[in-house]
Structure formats: structure tokens, C-alpha cells
Design a protein around this ligand. Sequence first.
Ligand code: DAH
Length: 353
Amino acid sequence: MAIAEELSALRASTLEAIAQAATSADLEAVRVQVIGKSGTLTGYLRSMGQVPKEERAEVGRAVNEARAEVEEALAARKAELSAAELSAAIDAAAVDVTLPGRAQQMGTRHLINGIIDEVSDIFMGLGYKVVEGSEIETDYYNFTALNAPADHPSRSMQDTFYVRDLSGDTSRVRGESDVLLRTQTSGVQVHVMEDWDLPIYMIAPGKVYRRDVADPSHLPQFHQIEGLVVDRGITFGDLKGTLDYVCKQLFGPERKTRFRAHYFPFTEPSAEVDVSCAVCHGEGCRMCKGTGWLEILGCGMVDPNVLSMSSIDPEEYSGFAFGMGVERIACLKYDVPDLRMLLEGDMRFLRQF
Ligand code: DAH
């Protein structure tokens, strides 16, 4: 019987194709080709009408048997392939837990923040509060309320960046805007005198800005620590005693301090403070340019005018103020040869502190 032979050939070639299928997709292609809707084996069932009546039962049985056998082989091969594909996927996704990990690069506290923390600790030990001022100030707080009115010559020493009004009002540009990046932390003194109850014992560390080009000893952005005391009966002796104590805490008990008369618009009298050079102990060397001393801060008794402008009665209260450059302290403590190194973010440099 021709059909029986055809069926047996189809069965054999299908079973062979199933055995050869290397992936689930190949196997699915074989299924569709043979027992899918228009598959070859399905075609025999469809054309059963053309088979002579007396052969129909036998042919039908043979087709069904072939179909059952093919389905069984498909299912068995499918199980094999799925298992293999799953284990291949697991292998591909496997993590080698014995491989050494990539070390996380940990940062360090920046030298400048380290010094701010150190100085803050010293002052907190003396009962001072630590305040954070704002880097954007008005002309009034940065200059006017500190005894430097618009025509004061001391303003020209501290040119800064003026903040333009972004609301579209282009008239508020440099020279006409009264909003600026502060040139000194001294403006915080005024805010504190206006806002706090007396007495005042505070320091205010923070960033300041000047229109300077960066070179080994200048940065357009650096840090200061401002200090202010206002109380009854404060004298220049309190100022000297406090700052001498702080310098010894910061640089070592063997260091001496020296107060040199100076000028600042908001203090009277004013002084600059030097500490004895650590390298030559006062004899004179390259570090201290032969003087034996290194300048570290400016200070003075708060000018009565400044107290009055902030509604504090200078007959009843007096005070002292000081301002130190943090980068300067960093240079003196650690002999940093170029201030720009503090901004470059080179971890080989920064990790040392
Ligand atoms: N603001 C001054 C400057 O930037 C530093 C300074 C000097 C601050 C004397 C003070 C002070 O509070 O009393 O040069």
C-alpha cells in the first residue's frame, strides 16, 4: 500500500529531524512542518475523504499512530533541550565568587574641612557657637554695615563677583547690583548682631570670593573663619588672651604670638597676629622670609560705629572680632607650596592629611 509506505518514510524522517534538532526553535519548526495546521502529517488526515472507503480505517489508524509517536518524540526531545538550555543559561550568568572584588576608592575629609573642624573644636571648648553664613550677600552686609560705605577706599581691595538678577532685569549688573558673592565672612558679624540676643560668642567658617587669578598664593575662592565676641566689659586683653590660646592649641604650646598694629574699617584699634615660625623658631628663614614670624589673622576691637549700626549700645557693650584665612593656616601647618593643590582633587596629595 503506497500510503503506508509514505507514512512510514515520513515517520522515520520526522523522528530523525526531532533527534537532530539542536534548539527548542529547531524543534518547534519540525513540529509546525509535520503536525502543524498545514503540516505534512495533518495533510493526510485532511485528505482522508479521497482514500477508498475500505482502506480508510486502516490508514486513519496508521496516521494517528504516526502522529502519537511524533508527539511523544517531540515532548521527550523538548524536555532534553529545555534542560540543556536552562543549564547553559545558568552557566552563562554564573558569578565567579572567588574573583577578587574591585576596591571602592574611598575619599578623605579635605584638609580645609579638617582645619575648619579643628578650629571649631577649639572655640566650642571656649563656649562659642559655630554659625554658617550665606555666600551670597548684599553690599550692605559685606561692606556698608562694616563701616565701609560706598566711597570707602578699602572696598577697592576686595573686588568681587556681582550677582545678576535672572528675572530679566538687565540693569542689575556689576556695579549696579547690590547682590554679590561675599569677599569676607565679616558680614556674618552683622547678621548675628542683628538677630541674636547678647552676649555673643561665635565663629563663622565659610567660603569667600575675590576677583583674583589663581596663582601659588591666591585663589578666587577660599575660606575664612570669622569670630565675634560682644559682651559687657570686653577688653583688648580678652582679645589677646583668646587668640594666643587658640594659636597655641592650633600650632603647638611652644609657639609665640605677636600683635602688630594694622587697619580694618570695622575694628578700632586693629591688629594683625603673627605666630613664631616653626621652621627657625624665630631666627629667620626662607619660610618666614627672614622675619621669624608668620602672619595668620586680622583682628581688633569692634568699632563703636559698627555696634551702633546694628542697634547695640557701644556705651554698654564692647567686643572683639577676628578673621583668619583657612588656606593660610593649611600652608603654615603643612607647608603646602601652592594653594592651587588644594583645589585640584589629586588624591595622592589629599590623602596625606
Ligand atoms: N575680613 C578681613 C579680611 O578679609 C579679616 C578680618 C580682619 C576680620 C579683622 C575681622 C577682623 O573680623 O576683626 O581681610
